[in-house]
Design a protein around this ligand. Structure first.
Ligand SMILES: [Zn+2]
Length: 390
Protein backbone atom coordinates (compact mmCIF):
# COMPACT_ATOMS: atom_id res chain seq x y z
CA UNK A 1 0.00 0.00 0.00
CA UNK A 2 1.49 3.33 -1.08
CA UNK A 3 0.60 6.45 0.91
CA UNK A 4 -0.91 8.96 -1.52
CA UNK A 5 0.75 12.18 -0.49
CA UNK A 6 -1.11 14.11 -3.21
CA UNK A 7 -4.43 13.42 -1.47
CA UNK A 8 -3.48 15.17 1.77
CA UNK A 9 -1.25 17.81 0.21
CA UNK A 10 -1.85 18.47 -3.48
CA UNK A 11 0.77 21.25 -3.29
CA UNK A 12 3.67 18.93 -2.39
CA UNK A 13 6.28 19.31 -5.14
CA UNK A 14 9.12 17.22 -3.67
CA UNK A 15 9.19 14.20 -1.39
CA UNK A 16 11.40 11.40 -0.17
CA UNK A 17 10.30 7.77 -0.10
CA UNK A 18 11.56 4.21 0.28
CA UNK A 19 11.49 1.60 -2.49
CA UNK A 20 9.31 -1.34 -1.43
CA UNK A 21 9.32 -3.38 -4.63
CA UNK A 22 11.23 -3.48 -7.92
CA UNK A 23 10.02 -5.20 -11.09
CA UNK A 24 12.25 -4.33 -14.04
CA UNK A 25 11.74 -0.67 -14.90
CA UNK A 26 8.89 -0.42 -12.39
CA UNK A 27 9.50 0.74 -8.83
CA UNK A 28 6.91 0.74 -6.01
CA UNK A 29 7.34 3.34 -3.26
CA UNK A 30 6.00 3.41 0.32
CA UNK A 31 4.66 6.91 -0.39
CA UNK A 32 4.38 9.15 -3.42
CA UNK A 33 3.29 12.59 -4.55
CA UNK A 34 2.97 11.34 -8.14
CA UNK A 35 -0.68 11.08 -9.21
CA UNK A 36 -1.03 7.96 -11.38
CA UNK A 37 -3.79 9.56 -13.46
CA UNK A 38 -7.52 8.92 -13.47
CA UNK A 39 -10.83 10.73 -13.62
CA UNK A 40 -9.70 12.16 -16.95
CA UNK A 41 -6.61 13.76 -15.43
CA UNK A 42 -3.31 12.73 -17.00
CA UNK A 43 -0.62 11.20 -14.78
CA UNK A 44 2.02 13.43 -13.27
CA UNK A 45 5.40 14.08 -14.85
CA UNK A 46 8.68 14.48 -13.01
CA UNK A 47 11.81 12.69 -11.78
CA UNK A 48 12.87 10.16 -9.15
CA UNK A 49 16.52 10.63 -8.13
CA UNK A 50 16.95 12.76 -11.24
CA UNK A 51 15.65 10.08 -13.63
CA UNK A 52 12.52 10.78 -15.64
CA UNK A 53 9.37 8.95 -14.55
CA UNK A 54 7.94 7.62 -17.83
CA UNK A 55 4.89 5.82 -16.44
CA UNK A 56 2.84 5.52 -13.25
CA UNK A 57 0.31 2.79 -12.48
CA UNK A 58 -1.54 1.13 -9.66
CA UNK A 59 -4.22 1.94 -7.18
CA UNK A 60 -3.16 0.61 -3.81
CA UNK A 61 0.49 0.01 -4.70
CA UNK A 62 1.69 2.83 -6.91
CA UNK A 63 4.43 1.84 -9.31
CA UNK A 64 6.72 4.27 -11.15
CA UNK A 65 8.43 3.43 -14.43
CA UNK A 66 12.06 4.59 -14.44
CA UNK A 67 14.09 3.17 -17.33
CA UNK A 68 17.78 2.44 -16.52
CA UNK A 69 17.38 2.87 -12.76
CA UNK A 70 19.58 0.94 -10.32
CA UNK A 71 17.27 1.09 -7.31
CA UNK A 72 16.76 -1.83 -4.98
CA UNK A 73 14.27 -2.55 -2.21
CA UNK A 74 15.09 -0.25 0.71
CA UNK A 75 16.65 2.50 -1.44
CA UNK A 76 15.79 6.03 -0.37
CA UNK A 77 14.68 8.17 -3.31
CA UNK A 78 13.84 11.80 -3.89
CA UNK A 79 10.87 12.60 -6.09
CA UNK A 80 10.44 15.94 -7.86
CA UNK A 81 7.21 16.79 -9.67
CA UNK A 82 6.99 18.78 -12.88
CA UNK A 83 5.08 21.39 -10.90
CA UNK A 84 4.08 23.61 -13.82
CA UNK A 85 2.41 20.60 -15.44
CA UNK A 86 0.70 19.42 -12.24
CA UNK A 87 -0.50 22.87 -11.16
CA UNK A 88 -1.93 23.43 -14.65
CA UNK A 89 -3.78 20.09 -14.40
CA UNK A 90 -5.15 21.00 -10.94
CA UNK A 91 -6.49 24.27 -12.38
CA UNK A 92 -7.93 22.39 -15.35
CA UNK A 93 -9.60 19.75 -13.16
CA UNK A 94 -11.22 22.20 -10.74
CA UNK A 95 -12.21 24.34 -13.74
CA UNK A 96 -13.71 21.32 -15.49
CA UNK A 97 -15.92 20.50 -12.46
CA UNK A 98 -17.17 24.11 -12.44
CA UNK A 99 -17.79 24.15 -16.20
CA UNK A 100 -19.65 20.85 -16.21
CA UNK A 101 -21.89 21.84 -13.28
CA UNK A 102 -22.59 25.29 -14.77
CA UNK A 103 -23.57 23.72 -18.09
CA UNK A 104 -25.76 21.12 -16.38
CA UNK A 105 -27.64 23.87 -14.55
CA UNK A 106 -28.75 25.06 -18.01
CA UNK A 107 -29.61 21.82 -19.76
CA UNK A 108 -30.00 18.12 -19.18
CA UNK A 109 -26.62 16.70 -19.91
CA UNK A 110 -24.57 13.56 -19.54
CA UNK A 111 -20.82 13.31 -19.19
CA UNK A 112 -19.22 11.12 -21.86
CA UNK A 113 -15.50 11.72 -21.38
CA UNK A 114 -12.97 14.01 -19.74
CA UNK A 115 -9.41 14.33 -20.97
CA UNK A 116 -7.07 16.73 -19.19
CA UNK A 117 -3.46 17.07 -20.24
CA UNK A 118 -0.99 19.94 -20.48
CA UNK A 119 -1.55 20.13 -24.23
CA UNK A 120 -5.34 19.73 -24.39
CA UNK A 121 -8.29 19.93 -22.04
CA UNK A 122 -11.45 18.38 -23.40
CA UNK A 123 -14.89 17.62 -22.06
CA UNK A 124 -17.26 15.49 -24.14
CA UNK A 125 -20.92 15.64 -23.15
CA UNK A 126 -24.23 14.48 -24.51
CA UNK A 127 -27.24 16.77 -24.48
CA UNK A 128 -28.89 19.81 -26.02
CA UNK A 129 -26.34 22.59 -25.98
CA UNK A 130 -25.81 25.81 -27.87
CA UNK A 131 -23.38 28.74 -27.94
CA UNK A 132 -25.61 30.88 -25.70
CA UNK A 133 -25.55 28.23 -22.97
CA UNK A 134 -21.78 27.86 -23.32
CA UNK A 135 -21.27 31.65 -23.03
CA UNK A 136 -23.57 31.92 -19.98
CA UNK A 137 -21.93 28.92 -18.28
CA UNK A 138 -18.42 30.33 -18.87
CA UNK A 139 -19.54 33.69 -17.41
CA UNK A 140 -20.88 31.89 -14.34
CA UNK A 141 -17.67 29.85 -13.94
CA UNK A 142 -15.53 32.99 -14.12
CA UNK A 143 -17.76 34.75 -11.58
CA UNK A 144 -17.26 31.82 -9.18
CA UNK A 145 -13.49 31.87 -9.84
CA UNK A 146 -13.34 35.64 -9.18
CA UNK A 147 -15.37 35.37 -5.97
CA UNK A 148 -13.36 32.33 -4.83
CA UNK A 149 -14.77 29.11 -3.40
CA UNK A 150 -13.11 26.61 -1.13
CA UNK A 151 -12.47 23.15 -2.58
CA UNK A 152 -12.86 20.31 -0.09
CA UNK A 153 -12.49 16.54 -0.35
CA UNK A 154 -14.14 13.94 1.84
CA UNK A 155 -14.68 10.19 1.74
CA UNK A 156 -18.35 9.24 1.91
CA UNK A 157 -19.83 5.79 2.36
CA UNK A 158 -21.51 4.89 -0.95
CA UNK A 159 -24.65 3.81 0.92
CA UNK A 160 -25.08 7.35 2.21
CA UNK A 161 -25.08 8.85 -1.28
CA UNK A 162 -28.62 9.52 -2.39
CA UNK A 163 -30.84 11.76 -4.49
CA UNK A 164 -29.62 15.37 -4.54
CA UNK A 165 -26.16 14.27 -3.40
CA UNK A 166 -22.91 14.58 -5.33
CA UNK A 167 -22.66 13.80 -9.04
CA UNK A 168 -21.56 10.19 -9.13
CA UNK A 169 -21.80 7.12 -11.33
CA UNK A 170 -21.84 4.44 -8.65
CA UNK A 171 -21.79 1.67 -11.27
CA UNK A 172 -18.29 2.85 -12.21
CA UNK A 173 -17.01 2.79 -8.62
CA UNK A 174 -16.24 -0.47 -6.79
CA UNK A 175 -14.99 0.97 -3.51
CA UNK A 176 -17.21 1.24 -0.45
CA UNK A 177 -15.93 4.72 0.30
CA UNK A 178 -16.36 7.35 -2.42
CA UNK A 179 -14.11 10.42 -2.58
CA UNK A 180 -16.27 13.50 -3.06
CA UNK A 181 -14.84 16.84 -4.21
CA UNK A 182 -16.92 19.92 -3.40
CA UNK A 183 -16.40 23.47 -4.66
CA UNK A 184 -18.18 25.75 -2.18
CA UNK A 185 -21.92 25.45 -2.72
CA UNK A 186 -21.44 25.28 -6.49
CA UNK A 187 -20.55 21.67 -7.16
CA UNK A 188 -20.09 18.32 -5.53
CA UNK A 189 -18.88 15.29 -7.46
CA UNK A 190 -17.20 11.94 -6.98
CA UNK A 191 -13.61 12.33 -8.17
CA UNK A 192 -10.21 10.79 -7.59
CA UNK A 193 -8.32 13.69 -9.22
CA UNK A 194 -6.02 16.28 -7.71
CA UNK A 195 -7.67 19.66 -7.12
CA UNK A 196 -6.85 23.19 -6.03
CA UNK A 197 -7.61 24.44 -2.51
CA UNK A 198 -9.62 27.35 -3.86
CA UNK A 199 -11.37 27.90 -7.19
CA UNK A 200 -9.81 31.39 -7.30
CA UNK A 201 -6.50 29.80 -8.31
CA UNK A 202 -7.98 28.76 -11.69
CA UNK A 203 -7.54 32.43 -12.64
CA UNK A 204 -9.79 32.25 -15.67
CA UNK A 205 -11.57 29.65 -17.77
CA UNK A 206 -12.23 29.98 -21.46
CA UNK A 207 -13.97 27.66 -23.91
CA UNK A 208 -11.68 27.56 -26.95
CA UNK A 209 -13.68 25.09 -29.05
CA UNK A 210 -17.29 23.91 -29.08
CA UNK A 211 -18.23 21.47 -31.83
CA UNK A 212 -20.62 18.60 -32.37
CA UNK A 213 -18.92 15.23 -32.08
CA UNK A 214 -19.72 11.66 -33.02
CA UNK A 215 -22.05 9.97 -32.27
CA UNK A 216 -24.77 12.56 -32.99
CA UNK A 217 -25.82 14.42 -29.85
CA UNK A 218 -22.30 14.53 -28.41
CA UNK A 219 -20.45 17.81 -28.00
CA UNK A 220 -16.74 18.35 -27.71
CA UNK A 221 -15.84 21.27 -25.48
CA UNK A 222 -12.20 22.26 -25.38
CA UNK A 223 -11.20 24.74 -22.71
CA UNK A 224 -8.20 26.55 -21.31
CA UNK A 225 -7.39 27.85 -17.85
CA UNK A 226 -5.07 30.37 -16.19
CA UNK A 227 -2.60 32.51 -18.18
CA UNK A 228 -3.16 30.42 -21.34
CA UNK A 229 -6.89 31.28 -21.22
CA UNK A 230 -6.11 34.98 -20.74
CA UNK A 231 -3.78 35.02 -23.77
CA UNK A 232 -6.34 33.21 -25.95
CA UNK A 233 -9.14 35.52 -24.78
CA UNK A 234 -7.10 38.59 -25.74
CA UNK A 235 -6.16 37.10 -29.14
CA UNK A 236 -9.77 36.10 -29.90
CA UNK A 237 -11.07 39.46 -28.77
CA UNK A 238 -8.68 41.45 -31.00
CA UNK A 239 -9.39 39.17 -33.98
CA UNK A 240 -13.12 39.57 -33.44
CA UNK A 241 -12.74 43.39 -33.27
CA UNK A 242 -10.69 43.37 -36.48
CA UNK A 243 -13.30 41.22 -38.17
CA UNK A 244 -16.11 43.54 -37.05
CA UNK A 245 -14.15 46.52 -38.37
CA UNK A 246 -13.72 44.82 -41.77
CA UNK A 247 -17.42 44.00 -41.83
CA UNK A 248 -18.19 47.65 -41.07
CA UNK A 249 -20.22 46.60 -38.02
CA UNK A 250 -20.11 47.06 -34.28
CA UNK A 251 -18.57 44.00 -32.54
CA UNK A 252 -21.95 43.08 -31.02
CA UNK A 253 -23.54 43.20 -34.50
CA UNK A 254 -20.82 41.33 -36.37
CA UNK A 255 -22.69 38.00 -36.53
CA UNK A 256 -25.77 39.66 -38.07
CA UNK A 257 -23.50 41.57 -40.45
CA UNK A 258 -21.84 38.31 -41.47
CA UNK A 259 -25.22 36.61 -42.06
CA UNK A 260 -26.36 39.55 -44.21
CA UNK A 261 -23.18 39.40 -46.26
CA UNK A 262 -23.53 35.64 -46.61
CA UNK A 263 -27.04 36.09 -48.01
CA UNK A 264 -25.79 38.77 -50.41
CA UNK A 265 -23.01 36.45 -51.57
CA UNK A 266 -25.49 33.63 -52.23
CA UNK A 267 -27.68 36.00 -54.25
CA UNK A 268 -24.68 37.29 -56.21
CA UNK A 269 -23.56 33.73 -56.98
CA UNK A 270 -27.03 32.82 -58.20
CA UNK A 271 -27.17 35.94 -60.40
CA UNK A 272 -23.74 35.18 -61.84
CA UNK A 273 -24.87 31.65 -62.65
CA UNK A 274 -28.07 32.91 -64.36
CA UNK A 275 -26.20 35.49 -66.47
CA UNK A 276 -23.40 33.01 -67.15
CA UNK A 277 -25.88 30.47 -68.52
CA UNK A 278 -27.44 33.20 -70.66
CA UNK A 279 -24.06 34.32 -72.02
CA UNK A 280 -23.01 30.73 -72.77
CA UNK A 281 -26.36 29.92 -74.44
CA UNK A 282 -26.23 32.99 -76.69
CA UNK A 283 -22.74 32.18 -77.97
CA UNK A 284 -22.95 31.86 -81.78
CA UNK A 285 -20.56 29.61 -83.74
CA UNK A 286 -18.37 30.83 -86.55
CA UNK A 287 -17.25 28.78 -89.51
CA UNK A 288 -13.80 27.29 -89.18
CA UNK A 289 -12.92 25.02 -92.12
CA UNK A 290 -15.73 22.51 -92.34
CA UNK A 291 -16.70 22.92 -88.66
CA UNK A 292 -18.94 25.10 -86.54
CA UNK A 293 -16.54 26.67 -84.02
CA UNK A 294 -17.79 28.02 -80.71
CA UNK A 295 -15.26 30.12 -78.83
CA UNK A 296 -15.51 32.54 -75.98
CA UNK A 297 -14.08 33.70 -72.69
CA UNK A 298 -15.98 34.04 -69.42
CA UNK A 299 -14.77 35.62 -66.22
CA UNK A 300 -15.67 34.24 -62.81
CA UNK A 301 -18.03 31.51 -64.04
CA UNK A 302 -18.30 28.14 -62.39
CA UNK A 303 -16.01 25.74 -64.28
CA UNK A 304 -18.55 22.92 -64.08
CA UNK A 305 -21.16 25.09 -65.82
CA UNK A 306 -18.68 25.99 -68.60
CA UNK A 307 -17.88 22.29 -69.11
CA UNK A 308 -21.58 21.36 -69.25
CA UNK A 309 -22.27 24.07 -71.84
CA UNK A 310 -19.27 23.03 -73.96
CA UNK A 311 -20.76 19.53 -74.12
CA UNK A 312 -24.16 20.93 -75.15
CA UNK A 313 -22.58 23.06 -77.91
CA UNK A 314 -21.00 20.06 -79.62
CA UNK A 315 -24.01 17.75 -79.21
CA UNK A 316 -25.33 18.53 -82.72
CA UNK A 317 -22.37 17.18 -84.65
CA UNK A 318 -19.63 18.76 -86.76
CA UNK A 319 -18.87 21.22 -83.96
CA UNK A 320 -15.92 22.26 -81.84
CA UNK A 321 -16.09 24.37 -78.69
CA UNK A 322 -13.13 26.18 -77.08
CA UNK A 323 -14.14 28.03 -73.93
CA UNK A 324 -11.94 29.90 -71.51
CA UNK A 325 -12.92 30.38 -67.89
CA UNK A 326 -10.96 33.16 -66.24
CA UNK A 327 -10.50 33.71 -62.50
CA UNK A 328 -7.13 34.05 -60.75
CA UNK A 329 -6.01 31.27 -63.09
CA UNK A 330 -6.97 30.43 -66.66
CA UNK A 331 -9.02 27.34 -67.40
CA UNK A 332 -9.55 26.01 -70.93
CA UNK A 333 -12.17 23.56 -72.15
CA UNK A 334 -11.94 21.98 -75.59
CA UNK A 335 -14.74 19.74 -76.84
CA UNK A 336 -15.70 18.30 -80.22
CA UNK A 337 -18.63 16.31 -81.61
CA UNK A 338 -18.25 12.54 -81.87
CA UNK A 339 -18.05 12.83 -85.70
CA UNK A 340 -15.10 15.25 -85.53
CA UNK A 341 -11.91 13.26 -85.57
CA UNK A 342 -9.78 15.33 -83.20
CA UNK A 343 -7.63 14.53 -80.21
CA UNK A 344 -8.75 17.27 -77.85
CA UNK A 345 -6.27 16.23 -75.13
CA UNK A 346 -3.13 16.64 -77.27
CA UNK A 347 -4.46 19.81 -78.91
CA UNK A 348 -5.29 21.36 -75.51
CA UNK A 349 -1.91 20.40 -74.09
CA UNK A 350 0.03 21.75 -77.05
CA UNK A 351 -1.56 25.15 -76.31
CA UNK A 352 -1.40 25.06 -72.51
CA UNK A 353 2.16 23.70 -72.34
CA UNK A 354 3.43 26.91 -73.97
CA UNK A 355 2.17 28.72 -70.86
CA UNK A 356 3.30 26.21 -68.26
CA UNK A 357 -0.11 24.56 -67.97
CA UNK A 358 -1.56 21.14 -68.72
CA UNK A 359 -4.80 19.23 -68.86
CA UNK A 360 -6.43 15.88 -69.49
CA UNK A 361 -9.63 14.22 -70.59
CA UNK A 362 -10.83 12.14 -73.52
CA UNK A 363 -10.30 12.51 -77.30
CA UNK A 364 -13.53 14.51 -77.67
CA UNK A 365 -13.40 16.42 -74.38
CA UNK A 366 -10.44 17.91 -72.56
CA UNK A 367 -9.93 20.53 -69.90
CA UNK A 368 -7.00 22.01 -68.06
CA UNK A 369 -5.44 25.20 -66.91
CA UNK A 370 -2.48 27.32 -66.08
CA UNK A 371 -1.35 28.44 -62.67
CA UNK A 372 -1.30 32.08 -63.75
CA UNK A 373 -3.67 34.24 -65.79
CA UNK A 374 -3.19 34.03 -69.57
CA UNK A 375 -4.92 36.40 -71.96
CA UNK A 376 -7.89 34.32 -73.28
CA UNK A 377 -7.67 35.73 -76.82
CA UNK A 378 -4.10 34.38 -77.05
CA UNK A 379 -5.21 30.83 -76.15
CA UNK A 380 -8.23 30.94 -78.47
CA UNK A 381 -6.16 32.30 -81.39
CA UNK A 382 -3.63 29.49 -80.91
CA UNK A 383 -6.38 26.88 -80.94
CA UNK A 384 -7.91 28.33 -84.12
CA UNK A 385 -4.49 28.35 -85.79
CA UNK A 386 -3.81 24.73 -84.85
CA UNK A 387 -7.27 23.64 -86.04
CA UNK A 388 -6.82 25.32 -89.44
CA UNK A 389 -3.28 24.08 -90.02
CA UNK A 390 -3.71 20.50 -88.86
ZN1 LIG B 1 -12.99 15.16 -11.37
Amino acid sequence: MTVKLYEDDPYLREFTATVTKVEGDWVVLDRTAFYPGGGGQERDRGTLDGLEVTGIKGKEEISHQIPRHNLTVGSQVKGVLDWENRYGLMKAHTGEHLLFSSLSRRTEMELVKISLSKEKKVLIVKGHLDWDMVRDAVHEVNDIIAAGAEVTCQHVNRENIGEGGPRVKLDRISDRMVRVVSIGEHDSAACAGVHLKNAMEVGMLLVSKFTSAKPAGDWEIEFQVGPEAVRTAVDHSVRSLMLAERMGALPQDSLTAFDNRDRELTKAREALKTYGKLALSSLQPEKLGEWKFYSGSFTGLDRKLVMEKANEMVADGNSIAALVCQDDKTFLVLACSADVKLDCVSLLNSVLSQHGGRGGGKPNFASGGTSVQIEPSVLLAEISRLLITR
